[in-house]
Design a protein around this ligand. Structure first.
Ligand code: HEC
Ligand code: HEC
Length: 86
């Protein structure tokens, strides 16, 4: 799945769309661990943003990309394509 609802803001920040590997997450977790409490199971139904992620919602939910179990939120290029190198 590719998330690019916030593309204008991403361009300003020098990052590209997010590639979310849904299948990989299905292999690692139960559907109910994400749906419906963290993510509504409908494309585009979640108003995701980096602020929300950093506030502990969506991808940044505790025990997700905010823990030793998964790469952290500062590794922009693990989620965003086309990250500009400084
Ligand atoms: C790690 C969290 C996670 C897990 C586990 C997960 N999903 Fe999802 N799922 C998502 C996200 C994120 C989206 C995209 C939501 C959006 O676009 O706002 C999504 C989207 C969906 C959609 C909507 C697809 C569409 O085209 O509208 C369905 C249906 C869905 N998931 C079903 C499942 C089922 C069934 C499982 C278990 C086999 C599962 N999900 C496991 C995170 C997860
Ligand atoms: C775990 C995955 C993940 C990581 C790591 C990540 N992001 Fe994001 N980011 C997302 C998702 C998901 C969205 C929402 C995408 C959408 O719905 O359009 C997003 C949205 C954004 C947006 C646009 C919306 C907004 O909030 O302005 C910017 C800019 C952004 N990210 C920058 C960054 C930067 C810079 C980093 C590294 C410091 C980073 N992201 C790391 C997943 C991630």
């Amino acid at each position: 799945m590719v998330f690019d609802d916030k593309l204008d803001s991403m361009k300003e920040a020098g990052v590209g769309p997010v590639v979310f590997p849904h299948t990989r997450h299905e292999e690692l977790y139960q559907c109910e661990e994400c749906h419906p409490s963290i993510f509504k199971d409908k494309r585009g139904a979640n108003d995701m943003s980096m602020k929300a992620n950093m506030d502990g919602q969506f991808c940044g939910t505790p025990a997700c990309h905010d823990s030793i179990g998964a790469f952290p939120l500062y590794m922009c290029n693990k989620c965003h394509t086309n990250v500009k190198q400084p």
